[in-house]
Write a protein that binds this ligand. Structure first.
Ligand code: HEC
Length: 236
């Protein structure tokens, strides 16, 4: 029995240790403070996603009408401003590009982004979006600090401009974009907020409901305990 307990403790410990290692060099990542209750930010993020990402990346676990409801938009608004690949609001977010074509163009097919925020974490995404830099050795002419030798080009170059890596491994802006660095950070944050939202659309409901479930369990514990005492009163 003791061995069994020891073995399970060891396995739990080594599992958490593996998780920590799998998370990678988190100290190098920039941190982002997202807010899933900020609907204006989510709407801006959705706008960026539909305009700049959905051409290559699908989000096939997410439906347009669900997004409309959660983001406080009407279906007509979504249809007019955010839907470019289909005209049915009940559809999931698909792309027209075929996987084999994508593979030919980029070397690898762009992955579905439905749950990318859970797979990579929001800090990683925030860092990734902001650390594309010029690199002549790459087929697209750019590389990325968070994703070495990435197959994706720097999609938001018009907004951010281009950065280069100096000898001490830091990025500096070599050609300015339409946005200031602060504005580009804000744009990236909104986009990451949106990616976090689609990776678990029910998160806010889950947290809200969770409190009531815990309260109910606490309340029920008292009743169950009183009942147990009453039943066992005469047994000694
Ligand atoms: C021109 C096509 C294209 C567009 C547009 C595009 N991507 Fe990508 N993206 C790719 C490709 C190809 C990869 C795979 C890179 C690899 O594995 O080397 C990728 C990879 C990624 C990854 C990393 C996935 C992983 O493996 O962890 C993320 C995150 C991502 N893209 C986010 C975005 C976001 C956000 C946008 C919109 C701003 C966007 N992409 C726009 C082609 C594109």
């Amino acid at each position: 029995m003791r061995n069994l307990i020891f073995a399970s403790l060891v396995s739990v410990f080594s599992f958490t240790a593996t998780l920590a290692i799998a998370a990678g060099p988190s100290s190098k990542l920039d941190t982002v403070d997202i807010d899933l209750t900020d609907k204006a930010s989510l709407q801006r993020g959705a706008h960026t996603f539909m305009n700049y990402c959905l051409s290559c990346h699908s989000a096939s676990l997410m439906r347009y009408n669900r997004m409309a409801k959660d983001l406080g938009l009407t279906e007509a608004q979504v249809l007019q401003n955010l839907m470019f690949t289909t005209d049915k609001v009940g559809d999931t977010m698909q792309i027209a590009m075929r996987a084999e074509d994508a593979k030919r163009w980029f070397g690898v097919a762009p992955p579905d982004l439905s749950v990318i925020a859970r797979a990579r974490g929001t800090d990683w995404l925030y860092t990734y979006l902001r650390t594309f830099y010029l690199d002549d050795s790459r087929p697209m002419g750019t590389n990325n600090l968070a994703f070495q030798d990435v197959g994706m080009p720097h999609i938001l170059w018009e907004q951010q401009g281009y950065t280069s890596l100096n000898d001490s491994g830091q990025l500096h802006l070599t050609s300015e974009g339409q946005l200031t660095p602060r504005q580009y950070d804000a744009m990236s944050r909104d986009l990451v907020n949106f990616l976090a939202y689609i990776s678990e659309p029910s998160k806010l409901q889950r947290l809200a409901l969770g409190k009531w479930v815990l309260l109910y369990l606490a309340f029920f514990f008292v009743i169950a305990y009183a009942l147990k005492k009453a039943y066992w009163k005469d047994v000694h």
